[in-house]
Design a protein around this ligand. Structure first.
Ligand SMILES: [Zn+2]
Ligand SMILES: [Zn+2]
Length: 387
């Protein structure tokens, strides 16, 4: 039995140095060139089979074991956020207005650590380890871009895994939920078309602004009246734009918003109701309404059997009391695209430092989490490669 925790701790200085280097040099979505270059060099030095430029700036490294076995894919996202860092640390971002405020710097460092540890074991596992370093997780379709470029082929994965650092859970804790754990995220855009006119002569116009507000109100009944007690959904109208002057009744109004769900049937129903409510309420006032709904990220589903098996591996490493099994949150993550392709799990790794949340200008993490993440992912990879 390989002691992956001891091995991960032995490379802790590297993990920290890598993470701090990426933190100093954050790159926005689809601009992760420097990061990707460092990753590719590291993988090549370990004799991985390396492909670059996948889905823009993505990197794929494949390590072949001895003989046939499973293909295990692990996804690590690389992008930073358009936030000006306010931390007072020696590894503060050197890139004005850009910051690793979601912790993807730690993901890249952990991926490199897993590469190092598994490269040492290449004679004791079968199958193919496929490490995927993905651009643009933050709402820009990086996973889909890589899939379009063939990341799921040659070979296609038998298992898929991902990890996200969590600044709200302590170091030494891991959460492994099962079933839907991260919501599907959709966006909608509505264009209300009325008839503009003089602010003093409403009887000659169809006021797009009034129609829009009626639609916003009526849509509040979709979650409360069309979604059952045991299901859940969220619908937020986040923008309403209409009119420019105090005395002109606006001809058009535009609304933007988001829908979050965990279940494809609930999702389809909410989409249908959003269209029906908008079009019919608009029609009642003599306006026409165009509704466009875009699916951005699907629901992320942890395979129940893989979740139970990896919890057993986690219990050895973290201690059974430190493995959380109830985990489901509202944000989304396009790791879901990989979990749709093969059974697997997205793991949530505790790394709380001082309580600032993700996407905050003072976000930071406890770096002792890195060795835990590397040890656990290496153990998971090793286990499933030899399946
Ligand atoms: Zn994020
Ligand atoms: Zn993130």
């Amino acid at each position: 039995m390989v002691d992956f925790l001891a091995q991960a701790r032995a490379i802790e200085p590297d993990l920290t140095a890598w993470r701090r280097d990426f933190h100093r040099h954050p790159e926005l979505r689809f601009e992760e060139k420097r990061t990707a270059g460092i990753v590719a060099d590291h993988l090549r030095s370990l004799r991985f089979d390396v492909q670059t430029g996948i889905g823009g700036t993505g990197v794929v490294g494949q390590l072949y074991g001895e003989g046939d076995g499973s293909t295990v894919l692990m996804r690590f996202d690389m992008d930073a956020l358009p936030i000006q860092e306010e931390n007072d640390v020696e590894y503060v971002s050197q890139n004005p207005g850009v910051m690793h405020a979601c912790g993807h710097d730690t993901h890249v460092a952990m991926g490199m650590g897993v590469a190092s540890l598994l490269a040492e074991q290449r004679s004791s596992f079968r199958g193919t380890l496929k490490l995927v370093f993905q651009p643009a997780e933050e709402g820009a379709g990086g996973a889909q871009a890589m899939i379009r470029d063939g990341v799921l082929e040659n070979p296609s994965p038998d298992y898929a895994f991902g990890i996200h650092i969590d600044a709200t859970r302590p170091v030494g804790v891991i959460a492994i939920g099962e079933g839907p754990i991260l919501a599907a995220a959709d966006s909608f855009r509505m264009l209300v078309h009325g008839r503009g006119g003089h602010g003093a002569l409403p009887e000659d116009s169809v006021d797009a602004l009034i129609v829009a507000t009626q639609i916003v109100n009526a849509m509040q009944t979709i979650v409360s009246r069309n979604v059952g007690l045991l299901d859940s959904a969220l619908l937020s109208v986040c923008s309403l734009q209409a009119g420019k002057a105090f005395n002109i009744i606006p001809e058009t109004a535009e609304m933007l918003g988001t829908i979050r769900t965990y279940d494809p049937e609930v999702q389809a129903k909410v989409h249908r109701r959003v269209k029906e409510v908008a079009e019919h309420v608009g029609g009642a006032f003599g306006a026409s309404v165009q509704v466009q709904i875009d699916k951005i990220v699907p629901v992320a589903i942890n395979d129940p059997q893989v979740a139970r098996e990896t919890r057993r591996l986690a219990a050895v490493l973290f201690g059974a009391d430190n493995v959380e099994i109830d985990y489901r949150v509202a944000p989304s993550d396009d790791v879901a695209e990989f979990l749709n392709a093969a059974p697997g799990c997205q793991f949530i790794l505790g790394a709380a430092l001082h309580g600032y949340p993700h996407h905050n200008a003072r976000f930071d993490i406890d770096e002792r989490s890195l060795a835990f993440g590397v040890a656990f992912l290496s153990q998971v990879a090793f286990h499933y490669l030899n399946q």
